[in-house]
Design a protein around this ligand. Structure first.
Ligand SMILES: [Zn+2]
Ligand SMILES: [Zn+2]
Length: 367
């Protein structure tokens, strides 16, 4: 591997990016090296670039978890070949925990849990450590290491830009809706619309559910209109609840309510608008925000079920990729992905994300 290098995106201080050259990744059995093509922006803009606020799995030198690319290095005996196009479902894989044995999301694998293996050994830092590699655990770089168990081979006919929606946008919405069993004829209310909610909207429309959007952001309202959503309610309207109920069967309330805002302003409304025995899904969080939950009022009396899940369950991967091959899903992904930037211009991408005048943003890492 000699003189090859890995070009890695860093955010050394708030509002600043820098490309840094690190040693090319080294791998051990069970892992491959991928030349990443697209690293979609998750919360790197709002959380890290703007605030320098980090979670256990990232820091100024280690950024990005979503991605697609091409396998460029394997070890003898690998199930993958150089040239395979793959989706990376983030994190490591232990193969033996409850999540691994049940086909659940790798976020819940013991190998990615800092409380089980310690923060230095968990998730993508752990991938670099277990491979004795000086780089490669993360998505916002030209090259990345991933465990074979968390790779999915992309069908030849599926372009990278649609496969890249398999992580924290359409993928998360799709897997949460498999979990909740969203069906044709159901009514789905989304509140506070960001890119995860947009993934939920695409998934709900793909399932022939009726979508109602409780939202105020005019730019994103136009995106949902372009996807095919026709029902919008302004949560500031005094009669917002009557408006939502009027759109549901017998006025009984929505079957599924999905929060993408992470704030009680929306969460309380979503709970109020859900029918008896309906589902409440939490797909967003805002640091410092707290919902005051009254078990009798919010759960027992309405018989609500509360849901939430990061990431994509392994058991949902095939159906997710089959959905991404659907032309109407691809049309909606084209609406959701409003901007694409070369990684060398990542600051512009992050600034745009902070403005909220965008849908999902892609970084092309080889440019
Ligand atoms: Zn595991
Ligand atoms: Zn993400």
């Amino acid at each position: 591997m000699g003189s090859r290098v890995n070009t890695v995106l860093t955010i050394p201080e708030p509002g600043k990016t820098a490309l840094v050259q690190k040693p090319y990744p080294s791998i051990k059995a069970g892992y491959v090296v991928i030349k990443t093509e697209i690293a979609p922006v998750c919360l790197e803009g709002t959380r890290i670039w703007a605030e320098h606020d980090f979670e256990f799995h990232d820091d100024p030198q280690h950024l990005g978890h979503e991605g697609v690319g091409t396998v460029v290095d394997v070890i003898d005996g690998s199930n993958f070949s150089v040239g395979d196009r793959v989706i990376v479902f983030q994190g490591d894989h232990c193969g033996q925990c409850h999540a691994c044995n049940s086909g659940l999301s790798p976020t819940y694998c013991d190998a990615n849990d800092p409380d089980v293996v310690g923060p230095d050994n968990a998730a993508m830092h752990g991938i670099e450590r277990r491979n004795d590699s000086a780089s490669g655990g993360f998505a916002m770089a030209t090259h990345r290491i991933a465990p074979e168990a968390n790779l999915y081979k992309i069908p030849d006919a599926l372009p990278f830009r649609y496969a890249a929606a398999a992580n924290c946008s359409f993928g998360v919405g799709f897997s949460n809706q498999e979990n909740m069993d969203v069906k044709a004829g159901d009514t789905v209310l989304v509140g506070g619309v960001g890119f995860i909610a947009m993934g939920h909207v695409i998934s709900a429309l793909y399932r022939n559910a009726t979508v109602i959007a409780l939202m105020r952001n005019a730019y994103r309202r136009q995106l949902l209109t372009d996807m095919g959503v026709v029902h919008f309610v302004n949560p500031d309207d005094p009669d917002w609840l009557e408006q939502v109920r009027a759109l549901t069967y017998r006025g009984q309330g929505v079957d599924h309510a999905i929060d993408s805002s992470g704030v009680p302003y929306y969460q309380e409304r979503l709970i109020d608008a859900t029918r008896k025995y309906g589902n409440i899904n939490f797909s967003g969080h805002t640091p410092g925000a707290h919902l005051e939950l009254h078990p009798l009022k919010h759960v027992i009396d309405p018989a609500h079920t509360l849901w939430g899940q990061h990431d994509v369950r392994a058991r949902d991967r095939e159906r997710l990729i089959r959905a991404l091959c659907n032309p109407d899903v691809q049309r909606m992904v084209d609406v959701m992905v409003t901007h694409e930037f070369p990684m060398s211009r990542a600051s512009e991408a992050f600034e745009l994300q902070v403005s909220k005048q965008c849908g999902k943003i892609y970084l092309w890492t080889q440019q």
